[in-house]
Design a protein. Sequence first.
Length: 103
Amino acid sequence: MFVFSPKITTDKEIFTANYSSLLSQRDVILSAVWTSTLLSGVDPNPMAMIVGEPMINGMFVGQMIGNGVQNATYILQCTVTTSLGEEVTIYGKLLCVAPPDLP
């Protein structure tokens, strides 16, 4: 499982799953789905972190991730379906942290 750098709860960022080492060069990603589940902490709706639709660019799949609850750890999962009939999932762990104190 990949570990993402911590995300500030108030920020929106694009997270990327890289499938280049997992798929054949002649394979094409046809569709992708991102999900968010809670690993630790309290968040009644972890899927609220998924903002908009996935962005497929060759062997990379991006997803805008927003919100999150301070000190909660999430599992982000990206599952793709390919032209060769494969279904491949990448998992990443993400900790959400409070925004830094501003002067």
